[in-house]
Unconditional design. Structure first.
Length: 123
């Protein structure tokens, strides 16, 4: 029968994390930073697009839909929230659908932000 190892003394050095746990933690932090960057681009780009009368949003949608099929797939995966917002703005046209997508993107942003906060608070 083995006895549990003693816990570190208060104020003493924390035990080292195993390499797998450190890699998982680095992945969580990287994913959170990626989410923060994507949603920052989404909301700043949307604000700039509205300030320019929507022309920037139309141009971004034209760029996204003008890519080759493999590049479109990669862009949609990497830029999903931005692509959904552009789709709603340009392809749908119905104010009700645009509003529903906007509410969904706001909720998506809040979920991402709360996850990022939890990730950075955890040690």
């Amino acid at each position: 029968m083995t006895t549990p190892s003693p816990s570190p003394l208060p104020g003493g050095p924390a035990p080292a994390q195993p390499p797998r746990r450190r890699a998982g933690r680095a992945f969580e932090i990287g994913l959170s930073l990626y989410g923060i960057a994507i949603f920052t681009v989404l909301w700043v780009g949307f604000a700039v697009g509205l300030a320019t009368g929507g022309d920037l949003l139309v141009d971004a949608w034209a760029w996204l839909t003008g890519l080759e099929p493999v590049a479109v797939l990669i862009a949609w995966i990497l830029l999903l929230p931005i692509a959904v917002g552009l789709w709603a703005w340009n392809a749908v046209g119905s104010p009700l659908v645009i509003g529903a997508v906007a509410v969904g993107l706001v909720a998506w942003t809040l979920v991402m932000a709360s996850g990022a906060v939890r990730t950075f608070r955890r040690r």
